[in-house]
Each structure stands twice: as C-alpha cells, then as structure tokens.
Design a protein around this ligand. Structure first.
Ligand code: 5GP
Length: 175
C-alpha cells in the first residue's frame, strides 16, 4: 500500500495481532487478580491497542490518556513533547502504561518521570510491539505483544505522517 510518499508491505496479520493481545490480557488478568488497574494509554498510537486490550481484561480497570510526540516522519526526534498531560491522580493506583510500540524508550522514560511524583502503588508497561535493538531506555516493558527488528511500521493505530492508523493489520516500510 502507498501511504503519502512511501510504500508499505504486509508484515503482521490481524490474527497474529489479536492472539498477542489475548496473551498480554491473560498475563495482566493473572498478575492483577483481586486488584484494580488504571491503564494509562499513550495517544495517539495506542488507542486501538488500549481498546482491544481492555475488552479482554476481567479485573477492575479504569483508563486515562496522555498525549506525547517525538516522531517526525519515520525517525524519532530525540526530544519528547507533552501535548496533553495527566488529568487524574495516580496516587496509590496500580498503573499499566499502554504503548503501541516501544522503540528507543525515550517516551516511556518521559512518562515515568511525569508520574513518579504521583506516588502510584506500582507501574508496569504493556506494549503491543517492542524493538529491542533500538531500545536504550531504563524501563523495559513487562508485557510485550510482539518483538520486531528495527523496522518502521504502520497500521493498528500507528501512522506515517498522520495516515494509516485505521489499517487493522501491521505493515512495514518497504526498503
Ligand atoms: P520511543 O520514544 O520509544 O522511541 O518511541 C515511541 C513512540 O514513537 C511510539 O509510541 C510511536 O508513536 C512512535 N514510533 C516508534 N516506532 C514507530 C514505528 O515503527 N512506526 C510508527 N508509526 N511509530 C513509531
């Protein structure tokens, strides 16, 4: 498929994505049995993963969102900008940060620094995709859907220049 000026090819099909989400949900249900969770979705990319993950969560769960941005085109810009901040106190809450994809880990480090002062009871990270070879952060996600090499991907909530988020499967940039 062509998105703006680039060609993307099929990479991870819808069924594989769904199975990864079910597995992550199962792990969270088990680990938080008897507890109450606040999911913290990172906009925009994580909206679809948040929705599908939450449908499979059986423990008590609330959700809140923050909006951050570091990407320009297909490369991380290095600095992470906070566009919409946290509007809910996380004090004494079990927080699960929900990311579409963890790449360098800069976004995650920024989120941890944003919420540390709130004194949550615990903080873990669930991400649909993880690029271990690009990662240089200090908060490795506990719940990982699928590990991928350092490819630029779109679909399932993820965009290229604002386009492609509605694609239900995951496509990668064709080299
Ligand atoms: P990090 O801060 O870990 O480098 O990047 C995290 C954010 O960058 C993700 O939430 C996502 O919005 C964006 N990002 C990282 N890798 C990709 C990618 O391969 N494709 C897209 N569309 N966005 C990405």
């Amino acid at each position: 498929v062509q998105i703006v000026d680039r060609i993307f090819e099929p990479y991870i099909d819808q069924n594989t994505v769904e199975n990864a989400i079910l597995r992550v949900a199962k792990e969270i249900n088990k680990d938080y049995d008897g507890k109450s969770i606040v999911f913290l979705g990172i906009l925009n990319g994580a909206f679809m993963f948040c929705a599908d993950l939450m449908k499979n969560i059986q423990v008590e769960a609330d959700i809140s969102f923050v909006k951050l941005s570091s990407y320009q085109g297909t490369k991380s810009g290095g600095t992470v900008h906070e566009l919409i901040g946290l509007m809910q106190s996380l004090k004494n809450k079990h927080v699960v940060i929900v990311e579409d994809i963890v790449d360098t880990g800069l976004t995650l480090d920024k989120i941890f620094s944003m919420i540390d002062g709130d004194q949550p009871a615990s903080v873990e990270v669930a991400t649909l995709l993880f690029k271990p070879s690009a990662y240089k952060g200090s908060h490795v996600p506990k719940y990982i859907g699928i590990e991928i090499p350092d490819e630029f991907v779109v679909g399932y909530g993820m965009d290229y220049q604002g386009i492609g988020r509605n694609i239900p499967a995951i496509y990668k940039l064709k080299n």
